[in-house]
Design a protein around this ligand. Sequence first.
Ligand code: ATP
Length: 373
Amino acid sequence: MVPEEYLERLEATTAEPDDLFEHFEQRSVAGQTHYVLTAARHGVERGTVIVEDADVVVRGYPSIPRILVLDPGIPSFFEGGETVAIEEKLDGFNVRIADVGDPLAFTRSGYVCPYTTAQARDSLPLEEFFAAHPRKTICAELIGPETPYTTHDYEGIDTHEFRVFDVRDCESGVPLPVADRRELCEEYGFGQPRLFGRAVASDTIATVRDTIDDLDAVGREGVVLKSADGVQMVKYTTKTQHHGELAYAFSMPFDYGRDFVFSRVVRDAFQAVELDESEEQLEERARDLGESILRPMISTIQDVAAGETVGERHRVRGDPETIDALFDHLHEHSLTIEREFDQCENGERVVEFVKVADSSRDRIRYYLDGGTR
Ligand code: ATP
């Protein structure tokens, strides 16, 4: 079980010390024992990892609340009338990179992803960074078309890149202030999300509205507003993002549809009301929303009927050992994987694969065969 000393150290950082730490799961990772918190408990985030061998605690990344209206959502969230930074919210995969003997990339739920770890070691100056900041965690979004988890395209990114959006104290989870973190990232040459401005909270509404408009027009996700000390954060997203997520969910309707639909429709409805959209704009929004639900589902039913594989398609590239380690990792998570392309290009292995949507495939097959509901 988790060594008592670490529980006491973690409890000392929470507002509600408790006997909550029986919820850690023990995992063996490259010769180390990792104790992982599988669900958020009393102020300690899901995905928090204790690595006793390295005497390191890596706090999970906190959940970011969402506002549904900018006005008065922003000023009421940042009550003290403080200055806030507006950063772009990127659509990728959250990783925390920490030095636990070696630098490892942890997923949101506290697993070590071998692919992301290898890419981070390759493309970020981790040795240099951790030599100077051994007890910090780099929080980054892995973005681009070639990742095993997301596929959102960003202009100028052919494969994948990291964007560092936070640097936190490993054990307490306290972030660096936004300005200090951005400066530190610049010093190490880390890519960062764009900063759209800083202002007193109530003065950001117009800027955020214009920014969201611009991001929407080019199919990007949204913004995160952050207090200057980096502690308070709130997010707001574009219509394109809501519809994109629905399209993704309904391309695997019996895996994700139900979980996605209500929350995205709610976001869209509040946005339409706040923007006081014209009849014409509402009609366009309603059509888009409907199409993002119905069309992907229809095309998935057609695919199942034609005997094609349905699920999430990804492409990854890397050295052969990293790619093997990635597939071992995905299989450990009981995913059904089908490889559609597997070749060497300039010494790198490039693999295209599908994470098969078993529930959607089976349910659709059942209905197509005349099954009842
Ligand atoms: P939650 O935040 O409630 O856990 P979630 O897991 O669905 O929700 P998102 O809605 O995608 O996550 O929003 C939070 C995530 O956004 C962060 O965990 C981070 O990975 C990502 N992100 C992208 N850009 C930024 C940014 N500039 N600042 C903070 N987070 C960002």
